[in-house]
Ligand binder design. Structure first.
Ligand SMILES: [Fe+2]
Length: 306
């Protein structure tokens, strides 16, 4: 049977949890991780301001789906140029614009609780974004060559950075839906055990989660850096992992000497709304799937996340 575009997870997206056994690629006192920027240049600006204001040794890792709504050439260029100046791993969006897999569509591997219309819209959004990427003149091999996972160390803690989950670039095991089940939590415990990390930082599933498991092992999913994450709130979210707590965190957990925090990105929401509509007017695929969320936030509350 042919895979349904947008529903399946290509085998090339998979990796073994043992992937995280090696030496960390970087050590820092403070690590910012931003997934799901979705081509929002205002969220990017806000993120960089916050990151650059951090004292001490620091690093910033974009954990995938930094592109999505940025079909305007200048927006695509800005995101591409900026993000690739830092550490980055690829999400399904970057993978599917740079090295499209037959039948993968957007590569989201949407589970059954996501409706057909959303899947169809996403598959058409990726086609438009692919056209922008191809005509940008940029060498897309740089995107295709980005890793699918990244290992960092903060305050002696090993941090596994992924886009989806412990075994797949587009996996949904680190979603709040799966982690709300006993099986999902047992799987996460197992993933921590096999990966040998104290912290997993993910994104992809579009809703933020902070959960702790045995021995303080901590899973943090930042939801979206470039879109609202809670009903009635319009800020994006990034993950901040540091040996020192910040003042602005929405919620946090502690693992050993390290604080794992949800950092709000209070970008210019009106500018972003105008920018979004100029690229995706009413009736367009992205407008139909995302405008309501961009204006009002998803049907999700802060108490659901932490
Ligand atoms: Fe994704």
């Amino acid at each position: 049977m042919q895979p349904t575009p947008g529903r399946s997870c290509p085998t090339s997206y998979r990796y073994a949890p043992g992937t995280f056994a090696g030496a960390p690629a970087l050590h820092a006192d403070t690590l910012w991780i931003a997934g799901g920027l979705y081509g929002n240049p205002y969220a990017l600006e806000t993120l960089l301001d916050a990151y650059l204001a951090e004292p001490g040794s620091k690093a910033l890792v974009f954990n995938g789906d930094f592109h999505w709504f940025d079909v305007a050439p200048e927006d695509f260029e800005l995101v591409e140029e900026t993000v690739l100046g830092f550490h980055a791993i690829r999400g399904n969006v970057e993978t599917e614009i740079a090295a499209p897999e037959e039948g993968a569509g957007c590569g989201c591997a949407y589970p059954e609780w996501v409706g057909e219309a959303t899947v169809a819209h996403s598959n058409r959004i990726i086609e438009r974004l692919r056209a922008t990427a191809r005509s940008s003149g940029r060498d897309l091999r740089a995107l295709a060559a980005l890793p699918m996972h990244f290992l960092a160390e903060v305050g002696g803690e090993r941090v596994g950075i992924v886009h989806g989950d412990a075994t797949s670039l587009a996996g949904w095991n680190f979603s709040q839906e799966v982690l709300a089940t006993a099986d999902g939590c047992a799987q996460a415990e197992h993933d921590f055990e096999r990966a040998g990390v104290g912290i997993f930082a993910s994104s992809h599933t579009c809703l933020p989660v902070l959960r702790q498991f045995s021995r303080g092992r901590t899973l943090v999913n930042n939801g979206a850096a470039g879109m609202p994450n809670f009903r009635g709130e319009r800020y994006g979210l990034a993950t901040r992992i540091s040996v020192s707590a910040s003042n602005g965190a929405l919620y946090r957990a502690r693992r050993g000497n390290v604080f794992v925090e949800a950092a709000p990105l209070r970008y210019d929401v009106m500018a972003w709304e105008r920018r979004f509509v100029s690229q995706w007017p009413p009736g367009s695929d992205a407008h139909r799937s995302y405008f309501e969320r961009i204006v009002n936030g998803p049907d999700y509350a802060l108490r659901n996340a932490a």
